[in-house]
Design a binder for this molecule. Structure first.
Ligand code: FEO
Ligand code: CA
Ligand code: CA
Length: 742
């Protein structure tokens, strides 16, 4: 069956129809809930966590970073919901644009004209700013984790604005670009480097921040940048391509969504919807002899006949275009004469040393291949393994954790070779997937070739552990992991060490699923309801607004194989039924839909929640909220009564006006994503992704048809009130110099 995924929202594709999990059985297994393990807040507060103790190295002074001072009460007046084409922040705060699509990154690159005529995006900011991390620099330009006046932002450029029925990225071409095939090479060459990652220096000048156009640290990493495959997948037969006969290298990174910052000062960037960019021939199943690669390709969203998102494979004969066609074309047995295995070289957390242009960029294959979002580290304990938590964003996909084989050594917070430190913690270890039980407990199930269930799996014949991590979704299917409502970002609470996961929404969650494309309610994904958008006519019932689930490892141990969970917040409109929908009793100052970005401040402990929504956008553009959560088990069990079925769930203590407030609302047709701060907590960097993304090539000529003109309409860059919209980074400060949120 052919499938053309150009015509669907990339975040709505590829949902997990595997038949592994029966929610009925989970429900029938409902047990009396044992008391919740509470986070050891008192003793945990002083523990080393994440990157916060990364000390000055090579030139900065030796002061420790400012200690975490958790805020006990939000100190600002909530931002009202807004449909304006501007960024809205609370009174007493300033939001300034500092780095937008097309901004030049070298001394010689010209100012962005923003009329579709600029090219050379290898030397400019990419599109769709997404996950972001901050790395301090001392006054003399050396790594300094406590530096707040000068630093590097490492930023993902996830995708590019284009109509889902079209191929061209309309705003970056003068006349909107070519939507028929073949795509002109010049257009492809312009669109490819819109994707990837930026490293860009930012500096404070007086009270204001700006990016440094000619910084020697600035660089772009694109889908064509050489990268090293590291970990279990490296050198596997699954990775051999015409580009890399030994399967140890690959080209570039793609559809980078969330990020994580390692305790040793590098960035992990998550490759999310990479699969969409590749095409596969209509008769490729037979060309492959219907071997097991077909099951893998289907599970990762590439049925035979799948069209690519942009048609980049048609740019010409050059290998840089050919690699986007993953059909088996060559006669070799091992795939070294074509790109049949190219899809296996994407779908990882990719490690980048922000401070070094010469260090290898490494895809950490051992942590599994899926639609990665962010990466959250466990609390670090000297002499114990560390964990990395991860989500896989598609409907019904899973939550994973990685436990390092190496035990944490504090000296590794300040290494001479940061990527070698990554080798130590991110190549050898164990990969687990989450099963959420109906009694509020959960289990991490190891994805190991030695697991008899995986060895005997009927959905895919796993050859070895490399095959397991490269086909992690299939292994997770086999062991019966819990299908979640689209896991987006995760983040670790800097005090409790508990891990929070946004589950953005799932329109296919149903009380009574009618086929294997739908998912039955379960305790961890318990809601099904109608949206009020268009008087309820917007869509059929499902979990429209999403929720945020959180996990407490037993005894706070990163290597624990069991956990307790509850739901920190259920997204909802304030007016929705509190019995089945607004279960967290959100008020007008707190209501939100489709939580996506999630990040904890290491300065204030605040939980920042960002939305990527289409269900509440009749009432407000996408937004960001600040929360002060408690801990797993601080609320109560609740039974949802759907008449035909009853479901127990566990809801965290309801927020108050002091512990959850809307902080920011973005311009029209955008998503709020990416959050980073200076170590003093006084500057917060946030990304505004794809304002006015709803565009066709034909309407680019008419600015009156744009849904947004931001940030041109805010006075940033060329174009003024009629500007083509641009994804951009903003910096939020308090003119009184205070800590953000206080
Ligand atoms: Fe790129 Fe799932 O958000
Ligand atoms: Ca996102
Ligand atoms: Ca998204």
């Amino acid at each position: 069956m052919s499938q053309d995924t150009r015509y669907v929202d990339p975040d709505e594709i590829d949902h997990n129809n595997s038949a592994n999990e029966s929610f009925q059985s989970v429900l029938q297994a409902r047990l009396a809930r044992r008391s919740i393990l509470r986070g050891a807040i008192g003793s945990a507060a002083t523990a080393v966590f994440g990157g916060i103790t990364l000390s000055a190295c090579g030139g900065g002074d030796d002061d420790e970073p400012a200690p975490l001072k958790p805020l006990e009460k939000l100190g600002f007046t909530a931002a009202a919901k807004s449909l304006a084409d501007q960024v809205v922040v609370p009174a007493g705060y300033t939001a300034s644009v500092i780095y937008a699509l097309g901004d030049p990154l070298t001394a010689t690159a010209t100012a962005y004209k923003n009329d579709g005529s600029d090219a050379d995006f290898e030397n400019r900011a990419g599109d769709h700013h997404d996950g972001m991390e901050y790395y301090g620099l001392s006054a003399d330009g050396k790594p300094d984790a406590k530096a707040s006046a000068r630093g590097l932002l490492v930023m993902n450029h996830e995708a590019t604005s284009h109509n889902n029925n079209e191929r061209a990225s309309a705003f970056v071409h003068i006349n909107g670009g070519t939507n028929t095939l073949p795509r002109p090479a010049a257009e492809v060459d312009r669109e490819v480097p819109l994707h990837g990652v930026s490293v860009v220096e930012v500096r404070k000048n007086g009270a204001a921040f700006a990016y440094v156009k000619d910084s020697a640290f600035n660089r772009r990493i694109t889908p064509l940048t050489p990268v090293t495959l590291s970990g279990l997948g490296a050198g596997s037969g699954l990775m051999k391509t015409k580009y890399s006969a030994d399967g140890k290298t690959a080209r570039g990174t793609l559809n980078n969504c969330g990020t994580g910052s390692t305790p040793w000062g590098t960035t992990l960037t998550g490759e999310e919807n990479w699969s969409l960019y590749f095409t596969r021939g209509a008769a490729d199943d037979a060309a492959r002899g219907n071997d097991k690669s077909v099951a893998s390709l289907k599970r990762y969203g590439r049925n035979q006949g799948a069209a690519s998102r942009h048609g980049w494979e048609t740019g010409g004969a050059d290998d840089k275009y050919a690699r986007w066609d993953i059909s088996k074309k060559g006669a070799s047995a091992d795939g070294t004469d074509d790109y049949r295995n190219e899809l296996n070289t994407f779908g990882y957390l990719v490690e980048i040393d922000p401070y070094s242009k010469t260090s290898a960029i490494k895809k950490r294959t051992s942590l599994g291949r899926f639609a990665h979002e962010s990466a959250a580290f466990s609390k670090l304990v000297e002499g114990k393994p560390l964990a990395v938590y991860m989500g896989d964003d598609s409907r019904g996909e899973y939550i994973y954790t990685w436990v390092s084989a190496a035990n944490w050594a504090a000296a590794d917070a300040n290494p001479t070779d940061r990527i070698a430190t990554g080798d130590k913690y991110l190549d050898a270890g164990k990969l687990y997937v989450a099963k959420f039980n109906a009694d509020g407990t959960g289990t991490w199930i190891e994805l190991a070739i030695g697991n008899a269930v995986i060895k005997a799996a009927t959905n895919y014949a796993f050859a070895d552990q490399a095959d397991v991590v490269v086909n992690a979704r299939l292994a997770a299917d086999a062991v019966g992991a819990t299908k979640m409502d689209r896991p987006e970002w995760c983040a670790s609470h800097p005090v409790t060490g508990e891990v929070y996961f946004t589950l953005t929404n799932n329109s296919h969650r149903k009380v009574q699923p009618k086929d294997d494309k739908e998912f039955g309610v379960d305790s961890a994904n318990p809601r099904v309801y109608s949206d009020s958008y268009n008087g309820g006519a917007q869509g059929s019932p499902g979990n429209i607004n999403g929720h945020i689930i959180r996990v407490a490892e037993v005894a706070g141990d990163a290597a624990a194989t069991s956990f307790k969970w509850d739901v920190y917040l259920f997204g909802a409109e304030a007016g929705a039924d509190k019995g089945l929908v607004n279960l967290s009793s959100l008020t007008e100052d707190q209501d939100m839909s489709s939580p996506d970005g999630l990040w904890f401040s290491r300065a204030t402990g605040l939980c920042w929640i960002q939305t990527d929504d289409g269900a509440f956008t009749d009432k407000s553009n996408c937004m960001m909220l600040a929360g002060i959560p408690g801990s797993v088990g601080d609320g109560a069990k609740k039974t949802l009564d759907y008449t035909s079925k009853k479901v127990d769930t566990y809801i965290g203590k309801a927020p108050t006006a002091d512990t959850l407030k809307r902080f920011l609302v973005g311009p029209r047709d955008c998503e709020i994503t990416g959050c980073a701060e200076t170590p003093d907590g006084k500057a917060l960097f946030v990304n505004i992704q794809h304002p006015g993304e709803t565009i066709t090539s034909a309407t680019v000529s008419d600015p009156a048809k744009y849904l947004s003109h931001w940030p041109g309409n805010a006075g940033y860059g060329a174009g003024g009130p009629n500007a083509r919209p641009r994804s951009a980074t903003i910096v939020i400060t308090k003119p009184d110099g205070g800590v953000i949120g206080s």
